[in-house]
Design a protein around this ligand. Sequence first.
Ligand SMILES: NC(=O)c1ccc[n+]([C@@H]2O[C@H](COP(=O)([O-])OP(=O)(O)OC[C@H]3O[C@@H](n4cnc5c(N)ncnc54)[C@H](OP(=O)(O)O)[C@@H]3O)[C@@H](O)[C@H]2O)c1
Length: 277
Amino acid sequence: MTDPVAPAHIGHAPSPANPAPLVFITGASSGIGQALAARYVALGWRVALVARRAEAMADWAQAQGWPAEQWAVYAADVRDPAQVQAAAAACLASQGLPEVVIANAGISIGIDLALAEDIAVLRDLLDTNVLGLAATFQPFIGPMKARRRGTLVGVASVASVRGLPGHAGYCAAKGAVVQLCETLRGELQAHGVKVVTLAPGYIDTPLTRENAYPMPFLMAPEVFAEQAVRAISAGVRWRVIPWPMGVVAALLRWMPRWLFDRVVGSQQQRKKQRRSA
Ligand SMILES: NC(=O)c1ccc[n+]([C@@H]2O[C@H](COP(=O)([O-])OP(=O)(O)OC[C@H]3O[C@@H](n4cnc5c(N)ncnc54)[C@H](OP(=O)(O)O)[C@@H]3O)[C@@H](O)[C@H]2O)c1
């Protein structure tokens, strides 16, 4: 875990003349999070960018030529709830209450449960992908309920649907994300707060670039972001992007266990990947 870093605010507080809606995005220093931020800014939204690499995010945002009042950067490691709470508090104080909070930060690492050292990797996967998502939503739930408006977005994966050999930790984590978001949706619907679960298929980001196996329907992050923002605006409960992977996900979900075991058992175990994030 990195050293705790105080949230850094870069940019300016919004003025009453700039009532543009605000989106809070974790994992905004790379891939899907970065593409989502760019899409929202293009649509005139203000963005709160959160990740550990605050400097990289600020450099990138500055290079985009965005107006200073449209963005701010907060350093936080989502595995540490205190850091996320500090980032959220700084955002609430300087930018206001977001319309949309996207818990996107995540890591994907293959594990082998026969190896003692992979228990620590499993913990990291759960800490980042599950606890990190809960910690991201937590500070905003009360204020959104009080305002009776807002959308929480959980970034899951098609890998949430079934347990895939070599990916026990990632599948378990993303399965937990799906259940957590569904639970929250039931709890918050009476309070006017929506919960959207996005399940990306294969998106071309640093997370997938090391994959040594075929990635059907691989999609550019910019295209993903465009479709994701539309799904979030529509307040859908669940959306697989790209849609052909939705068909794959539905087939996998409804496949009887005996057939699923035969299909995945016939595949060579996917090479375990290790990736530091
Ligand atoms: N790419 C795909 O095909 C795909 C498919 C299904 C689901 N997803 C999900 O989509 C999300 C984004 O993935 P991506 O493809 O964009 O991956 P990526 O390019 O590797 O980006 C991951 C982002 O998460 C942030 N992050 C990781 N650990 C963090 C931590 N402890 N605290 C704060 N931020 C952290 C990273 O920022 P820092 O390193 O700067 O902290 C980075 O901004 C993930 O949840 C992933 O599981 C991706």
